[in-house]
Design a protein around this ligand. Structure first.
Ligand code: ATP
Length: 305
């Protein structure tokens, strides 16, 4: 079982709408679930993993509802974001406990295999309280893998990892995707997703904003209108020279900032235009800074596109 479908699913908590009418299909391979903080990624993952029921709509695995469906749970492994582990257990005991909870025929062998997959055999007899963040993450991963699920859902798995641990985990997830498993991981960091997933799903403020090839979506992000704050030796003259060119969509004098707010439609052309116009008019550029580079503004653009 490998294809997860979210069909017009919403989930609200009181009057907070965490996930709003989302439809997406996640198949084998690695998919990145990208969105800013509070976008609804964890809620989506919890619905896909069977921890939460959708308020409306459906979440299914190969057509079977996930919620309260034991048969389906056997195919899904979840690595949650929160650190809810029994620190007094050793890593080996923790993974074994999960193998037993799944009612596996040979829990010991399953736990050993899962610990080997994440290369944690060497520390399996140490208490979890002595583990680093990366080691904890790997043990969580081993317990999610103990029943050999075909679907692996990971909520912000790279949070708090150092670069080496991050690379190791990426390599592991890549391998699982190549083996034909459905691997979905959430992140709010564009670069992280870029390194691991070609296919991404973007959620913003509970809504599904974009879906598809990472490069295509990245291009949409780069091609969006860019806003700059520009200070120069002659803002008025610079403003009139810039507005004469088609790559500038708007220029505004901001008296409080003593600067120009420039909206450029064609990113590449504008970065060539600005220094040229300044030079031709004998104007010195003092500051040029993007004013809308936050991930939130990039995402908002995608939603409105
Ligand atoms: N159990 C809950 N009770 C009330 N509100 C909740 C609950 N779970 C999530 N929310 C709200 O739903 C929205 C989406 O939260 P969610 O955790 O799914 O987002 P996220 O994209 O995973 O964010 P983050 O990256 O910060 O974890 C937020 O406004 C959050 O406050």
């Amino acid at each position: 079982m490998t294809t997860l479908s979210v069909d017009r699913a919403s989930r609200w908590f009181g009057n907070v709408v965490a996930v709003n009418d989302v439809t997406m299909t996640i198949g084998p391979g690695v998919t990145g679930l990208l969105g800013p903080n509070g976008a609804g990624k964890s809620t989506l993952i919890n619905m896909m993993g069977g921890f939460l029921a959708p308020s409306t709509g459906a979440v299914t695995l190969d057509g079977e509802p996930v919620w309260q469906n034991e048969g389906v749970y056997r195919h899904i492994g979840v690595v949650p974001e929160r650190e809810a582990m029994y620190d007094f257990l050793t890593g080996g005991e923790f993974v074994l406990a999960n193998a037993e909870l799944h009612g596996l025929p040979d829990p010991g062998a399953a736990a050993a295999r899962a610990l080997a997959t994440v290369e944690m055999e060497y520390a399996q007899d140490r208490r979890i309280s002595t583990y680093s963040k990366g080691m904890r993450q790997r043990v969580k991963m081993a317990s999610a893998l103990v029943h050999d699920p075909s679907v692996l859902l990971l909520d912000e798995p790279f949070n708090g990892m150092d670069p080496r641990q991050r690379l190791q985990l990426m390599e592991m997830l890549r391998r699982m995707g190549e083996d034909g498993r459905t691997v979905l991981f959430s992140s709010h960091i564009l670069e992280e997703v870029e390194q691991l997933a070609h296919h991404i799903e973007v959620v913003v403020a509970g809504r599904h904003a974009a879906s598809g090839d990472f490069r295509k979506i990245r291009r949409m992000m780069t091609d969006r209108p860019h806003h700059y704050l520009v200070r120069s030796s002659d803002d008025r003259r610079l403003a009139s020279a810039l507005i004469a060119d088609g790559s500038t969509a708007g220029v505004e004098l901001d008296p409080a900032e003593r600067a120009l707010r420039v909206r450029a439609v064609d990113f590449a052309r504008f970065t060539e235009l600005l220094p040229r116009v300044a030079k031709e008019n004998g104007i010195r550029l003092l500051t040029v800074s993007p004013s809308d580079e936050s991930l939130e503004s990039v995402f908002s653009y995608l939603v409105s596109a």
